[in-house]
Write a protein that binds this ligand. Sequence first.
Ligand code: MG
Length: 332
Amino acid sequence: MLTKKIVKVHLKQTFRISHGATDEKEIVLVNIDGGIGEASPVNYYGESVATIGDFIDKAAAVIGDDPFRLEQMCDRLNHLAAYNFSAKAAIDIALHDLVGKRLGIPVHKLLGIAPRDDIATSYTISINDPDSVKKQVRDNPGYKVYKVKVGVPNDIEMVAAVRDSTDAAIRVDANGGWSLKEAMQKIKLLQKYDVEFVEQPLHWKDFEGFKILRQKSILPIFADEGVMRAEDIAQYYGLVDGINIKLMKSGGIREAFKMISVARALQMKIMIGCMVETSVGISAAAQLASLVDYVDLDGNLLIADDPFEGIRAVDGYLKYNDKPGIGVTEKP
Ligand code: MG
């Protein structure tokens, strides 16, 4: 039986990126015969807890009741309606969790993937003034990588403030907030702060801009917003160095696994990322983390009242457990 509930979680501090700010987030939890999944709605793609609820109700009637037919069930979800990727992810995660629990093995084992103990996740620094940025780093020490949200006028000062506060690696994510001209200027300035790469410098549809930028940029470029599913990857071939895969964009673990194969075939680098998600979404994504080049699974670390315990970063590295399924338990 499939049940769903809406849960409101609160962020440790306001999370601000170039297309909006948030203090709390409503997510939808799904339970399928004991398998747990999560949908964290992505406003950018027109999702809300209401659209997720509607999709899940429709899905419950058509997916069938044999979780071992994962491929078939995910096909049915995709035929039910386009988009709705976080709702699809909730069901896909719950089904993977259920299959793992029935077999008594973690999902990574089900997929033939061995976890590692050297997977460093980045910690996200949200948009703010330089002093508050320094405080964010001070309050969250020990990460090997900080991902700085940029795409606003004072963003170079923010990166400088992070570099002032830590020797850790720095990556930046403009969430499409720069024009081509700004991107060229800012990437030149970012060099000085030893930035590793730049995520989504331009609007995702600016293919011509990406083409020019990649030829001129001294830093590698990653695409995020425009790459939801496997079918979206090829359009960025030659325009970016890598892609950011997220379960809430792909519709779940199954599609994300396929995306990894496609990106590898196209010789692209791969990051696995997240939205603001509880330990359900993060632990599900962590099942795939051994396969990728860069990991940005910090959504649960940003939440003050995560209702779950699962896989999370300890001293900057993902700490796995050997619980079956996605490795998550509800806090008492
Ligand atoms: Mg991003």
